[in-house]
Design a protein around this ligand. Structure first.
Ligand code: SF4
Length: 889
């Protein structure tokens, strides 16, 4: 269309999205746009026949209230959805559509029972004025008017709009159609949509096309975000028509509205989650409320004066909780005025007003502003009548789907639009995503009012008529560019195959070719390594690699988790109440207290004594977590039972051992010089050290049965016990009798009824109490390595330590006797290897099996690969055993 020839007083009718393009074209002409009006058909008609239809929200809410009064028994088919917004919305859309064609609701089908039900409901709308009805009335109003000054830009029109255009043409208006071009058509396919867009971008660049000559039709609604990413990467200028934008505002509004109707803690937490309140301490408030199960209106000071955290929780954690409380109190002070006001006894409309005012304070972007306007418009129209929770629920459905739209102020570069938008012709037209699912995307009537229902309505265009009109429009859109490049993806990301739309294949009249795509993907290898320099800076302090033995074991299980914990010092999340680890801490503490106070007689202490210690420790926790009092009491009773049983086992051991507890939680520091001026500085606590004459025995409490395995030791996964043995031997000048794990868990003992002997004649022996006691004792034996022949001083009947037996000479013997000197040498080699790997920056995310089971860093590393194999770092020789070999031991 030549805009320069339009006389003054002309009116151009075109869809909104075309206006900036038309203005730009007119500005480029000599005449400009002086004296010419650009508008769309609806606005043009409204200017001649102004009457406002009630908003959709008003209508739906009014009908919703009427429907509630209906007797549901009269609607056996639709009674469950009568009051739903979706159902009423479908009714509204049907009647709005029919109103344009002048079809009265009284003529709707009512033959079958379900049609009769629908008919009754649709009659509730009979006095409603619909927007499309007003368009029809406006057309009638101006039927005799001369429209010879009107120019209609012929782009995609639905069948109703086409009807209006036909009338305008009869009244003298002119249709400005774009010329059909002699076309060159290319037809491509790509592996998936990402590659299709990449190929399109490369096609544009490889042919040095001017972005101003190109427009792109996206048939698939999921393409816009992707095309933006890719075009930005290729630096291709573009304009995406009317992007939909989203905002948190509707969610925030609904959260507050829900709180008004149900002012409980859960709804309040939902308000905090909606991120409406963004003060720095809101997260602390949320965490505090959940941790201590308090409400916003409670007192937030119960930790303030607390100084002693007991022996289970360390004082550092208490300090952190106190800090959390202070922050939460600050956030509470900020929010209390608003929520107190919201809880006052006042009308709902006033509360809604309060909420809207609060929302207004949190508007930051244009999108927020446009959505805020939509919210206030709906409230203005129906807010006054919302009184009940059900009303609120119905109202909420309007807010859930509110979306903003961002209009582009001007169009630059490649124009990107959907398949129903037609732009002023450009030389190159790319059509992307033209699969059978997405093109031509003719919408048949679905839902309650489907095509079968519409077919019964007299005066409404049939499906054949609508389809023929739609396809004519779709084909027309393809004809205006000199070069048409059609494409589609042959598969989805999930591997589902897709086919080209038949209409596109017919239009192209040739099979598709692979879309040329230059791929240059460098393989992305994530290398979790640090430079040796950086590793040294991170892990070495004054030439020392400090650490506990468990930190080195952690490194072996997963170097990356070691880096996060000891390199970046990431603390693991705090667990409230009585986390599993506290049971072990409490057992350790009880045994430490008892052995310190009573020496070898510690295991004979009464349950009263035990209860006293446990009561005191759990009282501290109850003070910190008052809401968990009942749960903690329950934990206490279970712990006491378990502890009593463990003490019985230990009492039995003490009766057969000449060793006595000498130290508990024995702190040690041990320096292990390595090469290159580096020293490993080990620090730790030995659970228990028992001594007899010149001998020492290392005991380590575990929360479950654990065996000391050679494979794990030489893979550096069990360094603890043997390092303790080495340290005690050197620092206390004692011979080490052995190092053992003691399980604090009351093992599950099988309870068979009896046993069949294998020897002939086969006999059956019923189990008696002694058999069960024997099994129990066997299950609770200490597990570890024995290093001295005089082991009878530790277990005189060989029933308390795994691997001991009594030989024919009635002597207690160990199955294997280990050599501490050799062990110490192997331990040093292991530490040397680990230190070298750490200081060379090997922090690979290569966990061993089960390393991730309880690891809190999963959200950071997101490991989803295969576990690494456990490998021995050092190969032991026969010198590991006394007397030259395992068999001789
Ligand atoms: S989750 Fe697994 S891979 Fe990730 S840091 Fe923890 S142990 Fe390592």
């Amino acid at each position: 269309m030549d805009f320069s020839t339009l006389p003054m007083g002309s009116i151009i009718l075109a869809d909104d999205y075309l206006h900036p393009m038309i203005r730009k074209a007119m500005a480029a002409s000599k005449q400009g746009s002086l004296g010419i009006r650009i508008t769309d058909i609806s606005a043009f008609l409204t200017s001649y026949y102004y009457k406002k239809a009630p908003s959709r929200y008003q209508v739906l809410f009014t009908i919703y209230q009427q429907v509630q009064q209906l007797d549901k028994k009269d609607f056996p088919t639709y009674r469950n959805i009568l009051c739903s917004k979706d159902f009423l919305e479908e009714c509204y859309q049907l009647l709005n559509e029919l109103s344009f064609w002048g079809i009265d609701s009284s003529s709707l089908p009512k033959q079958s029972a379900s049609q009769k039900e629908l008919f009754t409901i649709l009659q509730l709308f009979k006095d409603v004025v619909f927007p499309k009805q007003l368009l029809r009335l406006a057309c009638e109003q101006i039927k005799k008017k001369d429209l010879s000054n009107v120019y209609i830009i012929d782009t995609y029109n639905d069948i109703a709009k086409n009807q209006i255009i036909k009338q305008f043409l009869q009244q003298g208006a002119k249709l400005s159609s774009f010329p059909k071009e002699e076309q060159e058509i290319a037809f491509y396919h790509a592996v998936n949509k990402r590659q299709e867009i990449e190929a399109c971008a490369q096609h544009i660049l490889n042919h040095s096309l001017d972005a101003q000559d190109i427009h792109i039709t996206l048939c698939d609604a999921s393409y816009p975000k992707l095309i933006e990413q890719i075009f930005q990467r290729y630096h291709i200028p573009y304009t995406l028509f009317q992007q939909e934008t989203s905002s948190q505002l509707p969610k925030q509004f609904l959260a507050l509205l829900n709180y008004v109707f149900d002012p409980c803690k859960e709804q309040l937490l939902a308000c905090l989650d909606s991120e409406l309140f963004t003060g720095g301490n809101i997260h602390a408030l949320r965490e505090y409320m959940q941790l201590f199960e308090v409400d916003l209106f409670d007192n937030f000071h119960h930790l303030e004066t607390m100084e002693d955290s007991g022996n289970l929780m360390n004082i550092y954690t208490l300090k952190q909780l106190q800090e959390l409380e202070n922050k939460a109190a600050e956030a509470q002070a900020e929010l209390l005025p608003f929520f107190t006001q919201l809880n006052q006894n006042m009308q709902i409309t006033n509360k809604v007003e309060l909420i809207v005012n609060e929302l207004n304070k949190h508007i930051h972007t244009d999108e927020d502003r446009s959505i805020y306007r939509k919210i206030t418009t709906i409230l203005y129209e129906i807010g006054d009548v919302v009184q009940t929770k059900n009303d609120l629920h119905f109202l909420a459905s309007f807010f859930e789907n509110i979306q903003g739209s961002k209009k582009q102020p001007s169009y630059q570069g490649v124009l990107i639009h959907n398949h129903k938008q037609e732009v002023l012709p450009r030389k190159y037209h790319y059509v992307l995503g033209a699969t059978q699912t997405n093109y031509p995307a003719f919408q048949t009537k679905k839902g309650i009012f489907d095509e079968a229902y519409y077919a019964l309505i007299k005066g409404y265009p049939s499906m054949e008529e609508r389809y023929a009109h739609y396809m004519e429009q779709m084909n027309q859109i393809l004809t205006h560019s000199k070069y048409l490049i059609l494409s589609y993806p042959v598969g989805s990301y999930e591997g589902k195959s897709m086919e080209a739309a038949l209409e596109i294949e017919q239009y192209a009249q040739k099979p598709s070719q692979p879309y040329p795509l230059h791929e240059n993907y460098a393989e992305l290898r994530l290398q979790d390594t640090l430079s040796a320099d950086m590793a040294k800076q991170l892990f070495l302090k004054n030439g020392c690699l400090h650490g506990s033995i468990s930190s080195f074991e952690r490194y072996v299980k997963c170097p990356f988790s070691y880096f996060l914990r000891y390199g970046l010092s990431l603390k693991e999340p705090f667990q409230p109440g009585f986390p599993d680890a506290y049971a072990g801490t409490l057992f350790h503490y009880i045994l430490e207290s008892l052995t310190n106070a009573y020496g070898k007689e510690y295991s004979e202490q009464s349950s009263k004594q035990l209860r006293k210690i446990v009561d005191k420790e759990l009282a501290h926790l109850t003070q910190i977590f008052p809401s968990m009092e009942l749960a903690l009491m329950n934990v206490k009773e279970r712990l006491l039972i378990s502890m009593t049983q463990t003490l019985e086992v230990l009492q039995e051991f003490e009766a057969h051992s000449q060793f006595s507890p000498t130290a508990s939680e024995l702190e040690f520091h041990y320096d292990l010089p390595l090469q290159e001026n580096v020293t490993i500085a080990l620090h730790g606590f030995i659970d228990r050290l028992d001594t007899y004459q010149d001998f020492a025995c290392i005991l380590d409490y575990k929360s479950s049965i654990k065996t000391l395995s050679e494979t794990d030791i030489f893979a550096a996964l069990q360094l603890q016990l043997l390092t303790y043995a080495m340290v005690v031997h050197q620092q206390q000048q004692k011979e080490i009798m052995g190092a053992y794990y003691i399980s604090l868990k009351n093992e599950t003992i099988p309870c068979p009824a009896g046993k069949l002997t294998r020897k002939k004649p086969v006999t059956y022996n019923e189990y008696v109490k002694e058999d069960y006691m024997l099994m129990k004792q066997k299950a609770q034996r200490f597990n570890g390595w024995t290093m001295q022949k005089q082991v009878d001083t530790l277990d005189d009947n060989a029933t308390h330590i795994v691997g001991l037996r009594i030989n024919k000479e009635e002597e207690v013997k160990a199955g294997k006797l280990y050599n501490l000197e050799a062990i110490s040498s192997y331990m040093k080699q292991l530490y040397e290897i680990l230190a070298s790997r750490i200081l060379n920056g090997d922090i690979a995310c290569t966990p061993l099996e089960h390393a991730c089971d309880y690891c809190s860093y999963q959200p950071i590393c997101r490991f989803k690969g295969f576990y690494a194999d456990k490998k021995r770092l050092v190969e032991p020789h026969d010198d590991l055993y006394w007397d030259g070999g395992e068999q001789d031991a």
